[in-house]
Design a protein around this ligand. Structure first.
Ligand SMILES: [Zn+2]
Length: 392
């Protein structure tokens, strides 16, 4: 266990306060979950954004909507004293309000409180863990700090509306606001109990192979099989995997051909790439771009690339984690850290070189799955930890 830091932040008082606020926190999560917000239904996401904006306003937040055409609006809310100068004291709280769940999911997956298989009480429902509970934790931490007069620096809460499809339009806003801050706390779910200090970067590629169709019985020698060529390419790209570097290449979906008696003229594959090191981004893109067909009569079309650089475990991120661990130690908890293969908006801010700590939202299970749920007993501790970090 790390020794408790010499800090003026009263962690035990914060935890007691978070316990008192637990019923209101649960109610806020339920309100957010009740407004279903699939990424691809703008009006639905906007309704959830409006609810969050109203709540931010009621807590004294200076609310600004970054209006979007194709996706839900992006919510920016600033709390604490206005600071016009350097990012030194400013912190960004980063989250999203969209979910992967289509409208109507609540009918088959109602938001309810019930014990899980382990007997522990959970809040179930679409978007609970990923990540409406994280958003509610952030609001509650801000409310507690304001009430305890500990809101002594400017905090920006940024909630976007299309994270689940890779943040195609919010990325510039995230980058611009992160650049005004000295630290970024991401409200994504915890991994077990752990905060996340590293995430892999992601890439997706597609290969289309074109050969020549022919009758498999009559004109076999005139045909050029795109599928056979693709089989060889699948072997080649799979060999790019380098587990020691944390680099993986997965050909996840492939297809081609039309009938068993036709030499296939077209075949394709879709490929997921994960990288642990920034430098591997351009490196793997070059390797894909250099792919050639072994049969010169086939042609290739390559699309895609690396879309998220990794969130590396930088010294700045480690420093944030150590602060969190010291605060947790004051509450008798040994806070673990974890690395994950999945990407989040934390990858964006980390790639800018801004210290980023992720996984600071709720503890639970089943993000994007039917058993999505949040452990209720962990909510006060997560809230107190986030509040403690923001008060430092
Ligand atoms: Zn998420």
């Amino acid at each position: 266990m790390p020794t408790p830091a010499n800090t003026p932040v009263p962690m035990r008082a914060l935890l007691a306060g978070a316990r008192r606020k637990q019923p209101a926190l649960l109610k806020l999560i339920q309100q957010l979950v009740a407004v279903e917000s699939p990424t691809d239904v703008k009006s639905a996401v906007d309704a959830c954004v409006a609810l969050a904006a109203t709540h931010a306003h009621s807590l004294g937040g200076r609310v600004k909507l970054h209006r979007q055409r194709a996706f839900g609006h992006i919510l920016e809310a600033r709390f604490g004293p206005r600071s016009k100068t350097s990012p030194a004291g400013r912190t960004l709280l980063l989250g999203h309000l969209d979910t992967v769940w289509p409208l109507g999911t609540l009918k088959s997956m109602p938001c309810r409180i019930a014990p899980g298989p382990d007997g522990e009480l959970r809040l179930w429902g679409p978007g609970t863990l990923d990540m409406k509970a994280g958003v509610a934790i952030a609001f509650t931490a801000l409310e507690m700090l304001a009430e305890a007069s500990l809101l002594n620096r400017e905090i920006i809460l940024l909630l976007n509306s299309e994270e689940e499809i890779g943040s195609p339009v919010s990325q510039p806003t995230t980058e611009a606001l992160a650049a005004q801050c000295a630290a970024v706390y991401v409200l994504e779910p915890a991994q077990g109990l752990a905060y996340k200090t590293a995430r892999k970067g992601t890439g997706s590629f597609r290969i289309d192979v074109y050969g020549t169709a022919a009758h498999a019985g009559v004109d076999f020698e005139k045909g050029v099989s795109a599928l056979r060529e693709l089989a060889s390419l699948i072997e080649t790209v799979s060999s790019f995997t380098d587990l020691k570097r944390g680099l993986t290449v997965n050909v996840g979906v492939a297809g081609g051909g039309s009938k068993t008696n036709v030499i296939p003229a077209h075949a394709w594959a879709e490929i997921d790439v994960r990288i642990a090191r920034k430098a591997d981004g351009p490196r793997i893109e070059r390797k894909f771009a250099a792919l050639k067909s072994t049969d010169k009569r086939c042609s290739l079309v390559l699309t895609g690339g690396v879309n998220r650089l990794p969130m590396e475990r930088t010294p700045g991120t480690v420093k944030l984690y150590r602060q969190a661990r010291a605060l947790a130690a004051e509450l008798g908890l040994d806070l673990p850290e974890a690395a994950t293969g999945g990407a989040s908006d934390g990858n964006i801010t980390s790639a800018l070189g801004i210290p980023t700590l992720d996984g600071m939202g709720a503890v639970g299970e089943g993000a994007h799955a039917a058993h999505e749920s949040v452990l209720i007993s962990q909510l006060p501790l997560r809230t107190a930890l986030l509040a403690g970090l923001l008060a430092r």
